[in-house]
Structure formats: C-alpha cells, structure tokens
Design a protein around this ligand. Structure first.
Ligand SMILES: Cc1cc2nc3c(=O)[nH]c(=O)nc-3n(C[C@H](O)[C@H](O)[C@H](O)COP(=O)(O)OP(=O)(O)OC[C@H]3O[C@@H](n4cnc5c(N)ncnc54)[C@H](O)[C@@H]3O)c2cc1C
Length: 504
C-alpha cells in the first residue's frame, strides 16, 4: 500500500517556515524525521550532550508502527532492523499467584516488537542530518510577540531562550521535552485563566517501578526457555511484572511495577535510590516463578557503583493541559499527555502526534507556496490554524489513553480480584483497552481530515478581507433586518433571504 510519505520528496526543498523542536526523545526525533522527509525546515534542540535513553526495553504497538511507516519509511525500516522478533504473536497474562495462563491476546503478525531504547533512539538519530540537531541546549523560556520582554527586532518570530544565554528564532516551537516539560508550563500559563493554575503538572500515580535488562542465559536458567522467548505479564495483588526479550534475544527486558500507598518523596525528581528488598517484599506471596523473576533484578547499580534506581510513575491525569497549544507554541508526546507505561502506549502516541504535526506543517508550506488566495494568509496565522487542527484530532484520544492506562494497572494489580482472576471477564476488558490504543484510530483518515480542515480554515482567513470589502461596497456591511412583512426595517427592500442592507 502506498505510504503518505511516498508523496513527499526525500527532503530538500527550502520552505518558508522554520520549526524549533525542543527535545530529542522518541517524539522529537520522529517529528524531525517526518519534517525531513517533507522538506520542512527545522532544528532540534536537546539539553543532553547526545541522544540518550536508559538501558531498558520498549515495545511499539501496531498503531505506532503504522505511524512510523506514514511519517518516514526509514523510521519503520530502522525499527524493524533493531527490534526483536516475536517468539509468538501474542501477549499472554499469567495469574502471578498460581502461574496459570489467564488470557492470551493475539497481536498482529510480527507486530508489537520489543527494542532496546538506547539502540532504537541512536539508530533513528543517525537519520537526522547532524547540522539539524543541537546538543547541550536547554530551553529556559520562550517569548511570543504578545509576551512581556519580547524583542521587537525578532520580526514577529517566536524567541527561544536557552540556559547558556543564547537565543534562537522560529516560526513555531514544538515542545517534545517530556513529562516535566517547560513548554507545557509555558502553554498552561498562556492559556490563563487556566483551571489548573500555573502548571499543568505531572502527578504521582502511587506506582513505582524497577527496570532491568537481564542476560538471557540467566533469565532462561531462572524461568526456562519458553517464558523468556516472548511477551508475558504476571499479575497479582498490588504488583505485576512484565517480561519480553530484546537485543536479538540476548537480554530479557523486565519491568516490575509496585503499588505504593505513600506520597513520592520529591515531585521534582522522578527517580530515587531504590532497594531490591522493595521487589522481594512486593512479590513475596507470588508463585515461585515470579519470585525467581524478581530475584533477577540486580542488588546494585554496577555501572554507577550505587543503589539500583526506583522510578516513580507519574502522569498528567490529575492536571492535564486544557489544550496542546497556545499561540505558536505546541507540545507533543509526553510533554502534552504523559501516561503510565501499562498499555505500552506513550511512545506510540508521541509518534502519532509527530505524524499529524509533520503533515499539517507540510500542508502549511504548500498553501504558502500556492498561487491561490491561501498564500495571502501570513505564515503565523496559518500555523495557528494548523495547531487548532492538531489539537482537535489529538486531544480526545490521547487523554483517553492516559485515563485508560490508570484503569489497566488497577486491573493488572487486582483492584477487583474477582474480575482480575476471571480469564473471560479479564480478557474482555484487557482486549478493549489494548484495541483502543492499537486500532481506534485510522491514521490516514486523521491526517486527511485534519488537512482538509486546515485548508478550509486558511481559505476562510484568506477570503475574510475580500468579504469585508464586498460587504462595504454593498452598503455598509450590515445585513437587512426584516419586519413582519419581510421588508427591511432600514432600507425597505424585500429581504426573505439574508442580503446586504442598502440603507446609508
Ligand atoms: C517504565 C516505562 C515503560 C514504558 N514502556 C513503553 C512501551 O513499551 N511502549 C511505549 O510506547 N511507551 C512506553 N513508555 C512511555 C514512553 O517511554 C514515553 O511515552 C516516551 O519515551 C516519551 O517520549 P518523548 O520524546 O515524548 O519524551 P522523552 O523521552 O522524555 O524525551 C524528552 C527529551 O527532551 C529533552 N528535554 C527535556 N527538557 C528540555 C529542555 N528544557 N530543553 C531541551 N531539551 C529538553 C530530554 O533530555 C529528552 O531527550 C514507558 C514509560 C515508562 C516509564
């Protein structure tokens, strides 16, 4: 099937707008590669000295795979090259107390593959031309023409200020700067009066996790060949473990998620020194298979010669943004809608966001270059309309996934024990949730509808001055006001239909 990306040149043509992408994580790099493919000018600003991801696994769901194909076929082929082949095309849940199969959900053929995070990001990063990504650039603030302190010499562009004192200009700034996004704060403040005060902040979900990549021979010794060959989740009261192989079956990715009645010690830091005893304690009443998996976690963080890391799971459920943009600043990925990991959806949603943004921005450049009325609309007005479409098509779905992810972890961790242990009821719920993430969006339809909406909105904006002129030429720009007999009370003309009043 032809890809949307097939319609675009493999980069090159100079475009009349420039986009600043803040953050070189999964979302930022996918967006960069989508714009690259469509010849839209951009620069990525990343605060780290290089593209960095932690040593853990990630699985990309079928919707994410589809979005990759449509964004840029090179994204998809790189993913396929890096991803681990499925042992079996299914996702299997085990009752963690009895070690019996609870439910098995088919995944599309060769789909929902696991990768090493560091590897996939590094490989995608190689596809971005080096001159288009700037490292060691931490955004401090952004200023738009309406903001106090805006430098009027900046020609109406958005100013991006960095902590090193430097400044850059762009027509549009897209914050792909993750769960603790500065750009989200900027938008929320700009959208005043905001229902959530000055920060639409992430909050602690009362779950924390431990993550590790275990050498495969050790994992096989613990739980056997089959259980390490494909994706499994072990559910139980207050905790669950998920495992799947990555790195061409060289390591087993393992994630233990544990419920926590306490508050998180410091909301500004999402990782804290951990202790393997947390894991032992959480799974002490589970089946020996799960206890063996729990034992696979290291006692120490060897690389840092320190304690293992405990990750707080935060999301934007309690304090969401009310809109994903303000003026010419937008957010995408976790910056817009951070979600827990339990449906394996966050990364994929960021890639879907990137697809829509890339397509809409490309459309703006095409409208600007057209010889129709649309080209008379300024770039900034067209961009604001593009962001309206982006918000319209992304807000509902992404917020729904944030909510559903909280329900999913409750299900995995036996909030309702009866349902959690009943394979039929459990299967129905879990299928609904995963299918919502995987299939509830037709990405091509989303892109086409949003582009049609943009075209219409830009045309309306283009015709506005002509309409005004015409109204004025036809009598002051007021419509007739009919009396009971259908005659205008001002000019006396018959006016069953709306028409311009001829009175002076
Ligand atoms: C335990 C766990 C397991 C998960 N498993 C899955 C899974 O299997 N599948 C899935 O799809 N999702 C999964 N997710 C979610 C997924 O990891 C995230 O949704 C995804 O990484 C978000 O990518 P992002 O690019 O939006 O943000 P990030 O990855 O957070 O990237 C943000 C980037 O912005 C940079 N940055 C931040 N602030 C600034 C600044 N001021 N200036 C410049 N740069 C800045 C950062 O350095 C970083 O590089 C999981 C999450 C967790 C916690």
């Amino acid at each position: 099937m032809p890809s949307l990306a097939d319609n675009h040149p493999a980069s090159g043509s100079s475009a009349p707008l420039h986009v600043a992408i803040i953050g070189g994580g999964i979302t930022g790099i996918n967006l960069a590669l989508g714009l690259e493919r469509r010849g839209v000018s951009y620069t990525v600003y990343e605060r780290s000295p290089g593209l960095r991801e932690i040593g853990a696994g990630i699985g990309f769901s079928p919707n994410a795979e589809e979005a990759m194909k449509l964004l840029n076929p090179d994204i998809f082929s790189t993913y396929k090259r890096t991803a681990n082949p499925n042992g079996e095309d299914k996702f299997q849940w085990i009752n963690g107390l009895t070690d019996e199969l609870l439910y098995s959900l088919p995944v599309p053929k060769d789909g929902f593959l696991g990768c090493k995070r560091s590897e996939i990001l590094e490989e995608w990063g190689k596809l971005v031309p080096p001159e288009k990504i700037r490292f060691n650039k931490t955004v401090q603030s952004v200023l738009e023409p309406v903001d106090e302190g805006y430098d009027t010499n900046a020609g109406g562009k958005v100013l991006v200020k960095f902590t090193d004192g430097s400044t850059e200009k762009a027509d549009l700034v897209i914050g792909c700067d993750g769960i603790r996004s500065r750009l989200r704060t900027h938008i929320n403040t700009s959208l005043s009066p905001s229902p959530f005060g000055p920060t639409a902040k992430p909050s602690y979900t009362h779950k924390f996790c431990y993550r590790a990549l275990i050498p495969m021979p050790l994992a096989v010794e613990a739980v056997g060949q089959y259980r390490t060959s494909t994706r499994f989740m072990y559910n139980g009261p207050g905790a669950h473990i998920i495992t799947y192989p990555v790195g061409n079956n060289s390591v087993l990715n393992i994630l233990a998620v544990i419920s926590d009645a306490n508050e998180w010690a410091d909301e500004k830091i999402h990782v804290l020194p951990g202790n393997k005893d947390d894991i032992r304690q959480a799974f002490k009443n589970f089946h020996p298979t799960v206890q063996k998996l729990a034992e696979l976690f290291p006692e120490k963080n060897e690389a840092a010669d320190g304690p293992i890391i405990k990750w707080g799971i935060f999301d934007t459920y309690d304090y969401p943004l009310s809109k994903y943009f303000a003026g010419r600043v937008a957010v995408a990925g976790d910056a817009a809608h951070a979600t827990g990991p339990h449906l394996g959806a966050g990364g994929g949603l960021g890639i879907e966001d990137a697809l829509l943004l890339a397509e809409l921005l490309h459309k703006v450049t095409k409208l600007q270059a057209s010889d129709g009325y649309e080209s008379e609309v300024s770039v900034d007005k067209s961009l604001e309309r593009a962001l309206c479409e982006y918000n319209e098509f992304r807000y509902k779905r992404t917020q729904q996934v944030v909510r559903m992810t909280r329900d999913a972890v409750d299900l995995f961790q036996w909030k309702d024990e009866k349902v959690a242990k009943d394979g039929k009821k459990y299967g129905k719920l879990v299928t609904q949730m995963f299918h919502y993430v995987w299939h509830d969006v037709d990405l091509k339809e989303m892109v086409d509808s949003a582009k049609r909406g943009l075209e219409w909105k830009v045309l309306e904006a283009a015709l506005e001055p002509y309409e005004k002129e015409m109204r004025e030429a036809m009598g002051g720009g007021k419509y007739c006001e009919p009396d009971e007999d259908g005659e205008c009370i001002h000019c006396g003309m018959a006016c069953e239909d709306r028409m311009y009043c001829q009175a002076d």
